[in-house]
Design a protein around this ligand. Structure first.
Ligand code: ADP
Length: 748
């Protein structure tokens, strides 16, 4: 087996390091030598110590760092054949004929060209006497796999690019901060974000930050006098009680005629037409910087792993691929087709064909834009004359999950906008039992989009026979026509009980829908629940600190994370921080396994390890608790390492929701309100639960609930993420040595 090279090129993006780490370790696991090529294509052209052999440890401790540790550069020389000839010679000197290229469309185009030219380049090197014919024969083709690193999320063929989620974090945090100062002074802020040809960051940032208006390249404002439409929206927002106004603008924003729209122009317009106090904030490179988000760590890790697998399958005549993300899963897509389509978006925008540009961006982009426009339009307007006004109740139930407020706000505003009366139930089912129900108005939910916790209040109360009568009486008294329950396992179980009691209590014969909001991610019908992404980010942030605290001494940390009987948070945080072992409720813990881990820990520390990070899911085993495990490791590792335990606890349920949780919460709430109104209008009494499956919103009958769950363990029967376990095990090993050695196969 030959050698493989990995490089980062073009603009840097947070998450690139996680790809490099996964590429190197996967390669080593497969017995392939791995080289990092420093400073992008420039390093390949320069050769020498810019191409360095990596071992298991040369990539440790890099995942939490922003940017790219191995450097990136723009390299004019690589655009010339002479530069590429030199690059080929340098690769051959290390026996490299397989490359993982992490970069944007420019870098990937360069890679493809290099691959096409490879046989000719080698023939020329033979002719020049720089390599032998034997050497050329030995490397008949160059295999390339691309991983897209770009904070703009501008590549067609993949739902997400490395770095985009982190950039969205930076943007959303900034909008949150600006909103608080803007509200204090009743100011208007224009926030300019990156994206020359791609409005992803502006659209999603605007949606997550509850902005009043956005301007993006793909979909310029419809009206010729768009300035008036924008001013009207802001004016109405103020009239409805808003104290601040936020306009998010992509740097490539333009009007229908193709004329660029600059922040200064928007500022001038708002000042002149509305006499507002307007400030402009241009985010610039802040968006590129900082530690990668949890998503940019675990997804990039999975992409790096997949890239090596793909590279090993490559042959001379085969298609050249890039690793992509489709509906939350790792996939692959034909490299040049995606690059060409991406470049087509830019030319389509330049040609003014915006419908086509939006088509090229895909379904969820369009859906997000529609949701944004609906929310912006949504105002407390009076109902249509003669309209039937339904009374729809919203309640939060189960453990607190960041994003509950975002979902409640969207549901309440969208319901009011459609002319209906929205009721808020306080403290979950407890409030329904006690009759704590109040009418919500437009401004009751102001500011909720970005707030963690639950403003309505939530409890884990699951009603039983003693409570159904009071619930029914209160529902009748309030004349509730539809019920939206936002919450976790307890919320689902409680709603299912009501559904089962329909024959006995006619008040329960109304449309009902459950929206998955639980940090545990243990709900059926949805691959992800609202709050889990925020919890994961909180865990990752704390673990970075735990890791830092351990550098000086030889320490083993046993860290316990939440999740009830669901190991999602444990496994994903394991992937995101590169912990050495993970204990899941789904797998259980055995004494034999623990004994093996003790032995591996001792081996690891004997050969130079300084830190061991072990993550346990809170219910992985009732007997082998965090205390037990810590005591066991302490006793057995005496003199070798110290053991500390850290139970992360409720910080995991707190914090402001991440952009992903806000966007999905809004998306799901909009669909739930539509469901309730449609059913109520048609006199239907369907009870259901909503979720995200294969990237789509799906609604399933509540009747299916017992069939799709493992009731005893409060989790879905099928959990898609368990298939990621082997990769997690492969990339982090307790007994790994410090130097170049061959590694035994994946641990069982
Ligand atoms: P990005 O990869 O982020 O789109 P660039 O377009 O600047 O960034 O490309 C990064 C590097 O990739 C360039 O400096 C150059 O070395 C190489 N590259 C880009 N386009 C080509 C091309 N058409 N042919 C050869 N090399 C290219």
């Amino acid at each position: 087996m030959k050698s493989l090279g990995v490089l980062t090129s073009g603009g840097d993006a947070p998450g690139m390091n996680a790809v490099v780490r996964a590429v190197v370790r996967t390669a080593l696991d497969k017995g392939i030598a791995a080289y990092a090529i420093y400073e992008g294509y420039q390093g390949m052209v320069d050769g020498g110590d810019r191409i360095r052999k990596m071992d298991w440890w040369s990539v440790s401790g890099m995942m939490q760092r922003g940017g790219t540790v191995i450097g990136t550069a723009r390299c004019p020389a690589f655009r010339e054949r002479a530069g590429r000839l030199q690059a080929a010679r340098n690769l051959l000197a290390c026996d490299i004929d397989r490359l993982v290229v992490i970069g944007g469309d420019g870098s990937l185009t360069g890679a493809n060209l290099f691959r096409q030219e490879w046989p000719d380049l080698l023939a020329e090197l033979v002719k020049n006497g720089e390599i032998t014919e034997e050497e050329a024969r030995h490397h008949p083709f160059l295999a390339i796999v691309g991983v897209v690193g770009s904070i703009d999320n501008d590549m067609c063929g993949t739902d997400m690019t490395v770095g985009a989620d982190t950039a969205l974090h930076r943007i959303t945090e900034t909008i949150d901060e600006i909103t608080s100062t803007a509200a204090s002074h009743q100011r208007t802020f224009i926030v300019e974000v990156m994206g020359r040809h791609c409005g992803y960051l502006a659209l999603m940032g605007g949606l997550a930050g509850a902005a009043d208006w956005i301007l993006i390249p793909e979909s310029p404002p419809e009206a010729d006098d768009w300035e008036e439409a924008m001013c009207k929206a802001l004016k109405e927002g103020r009239a409805a009680g808003r104290r601040d106004s936020i306009v998010v603008i992509a740097e490539g924003a333009r009007d229908r005629q193709g004329k660029p729209i600059h922040s200064d122009y928007v500022k001038k317009t708002l000042e002149e037409r509305l006499s507002l106090d307007v400030r402009v904030t241009i985010l610039g490179h802040v968006q590129r910087g900082g530690a990668p988000s949890a998503f940019d760590r675990f997804m990039s890790t999975l992409m790096g792993h997949a890239a090596v697998e793909e590279l090993l399958k490559a042959d001379a005549d085969g298609e050249c691929y890039m690793i992509s993300i489709r509906a939350n899963r790792i996939s692959r897509a034909p490299l040049m087709e995606c690059v060409e389509k991406t470049q087509e978006v830019a030319t389509t925008i330049a040609a003014g064909d915006y419908d086509k540009a939006m088509d090229l961006r895909g379904g969820s982009f369009k859906e997000a834009l529609n949701t944004f426009r609906t929310l912006v339009r949504a105002l407390p307007r009076p109902p249509e004359p003669g309209q039937k006004r339904f009374r729809l109740a919203v309640l939060n139930a189960g453990g607190p999950a960041p994003g509950m407020n975002t979902a409640s706000r969207a549901a309440i505003r969208l319901g009011i906008d459609r002319g209906h009366i929205m009721l808020g139930v306080q403290n979950g089912y407890q409030g329904l039992i006690k009759g704590n129900i109040r009418e919500m108005n437009w401004m009751t939910v102001a500011g909720w989009a970005s707030m963690g916790g639950s403003e309505l209040g939530t409890t884990r109360k699951i009603p039983d026979r003693r409570h159904f009568y009071s619930i029914a009486r209160n529902m009748e008294r309030e004349q509730i026509d539809g019920l939206l329950v936002i919450g976790g396992w307890d919320a689902y179980e409680a709603t299912y009980r009501l559904y089962q009691e329909r024959e006995n209590f006619p008040a329960f014969n109304i449309p009902m829908i459950c929206l998955p909001a639980s940090i545990d991610n243990n709900l059926p019908g949805s691959e992800l629940s609202i709050g889990a992404d925020t919890a994961l980010n909180s865990i990752v942030e704390v673990m970075d600190k735990v890791k830092q605290s351990a550098v000086a001494t030889r320490r083993v940390f046993v860290v316990e994370v939440m999740g009830q009987y669901c190991g999602y948070l444990a496994l994903m945080s394991n992937l995101a921080v590169g912990a050495e072992q993970v204990y899941l409720s789904e797998e259980g813990v055995t004494l034999k396994g623990l004994q093996r881990d003790v032995e591996d820990l001792i081996t690891g520390f004997q050969i130079g390890r300084r830190l061991g990070l072990l993550i346990r899911n809170e219910r992985c085993n009732p007997i082998y608790t965090a205390d037990f495990m810590s005591a066991l490791f302490r006793q057995e590792g005496e003199g070798m390492f110290e053991v500390r335990q850290s139970i992360l606890g409720h910080l995991q349920q707190g914090g402001n929701p991440t952009p992903f949780d806000r966007i999905q919460a809004t998306r799901l709430a909009a669909r739930c309100i539509k469901f309730l109104i449609d059913r109520a209008e048609n006199g239907q009494k369907e009870a259901a639960f909503i979720g995200l499956q294969n990237g789509q919103v799906r609604i399933q009958s509540l009747e299916d609930f017992p069939r799709v769950v493992d009731w005893g363990c409060s989790r879905p029967r099928y959990q898609w993420w368990l298939e990621l376990l082997p990769v997690a095990r492969l990339l982090a090993r307790l007994g790994a040595a410090t130097t170049d050695v061959t590694f035994p196969g994946t641990r069982k």
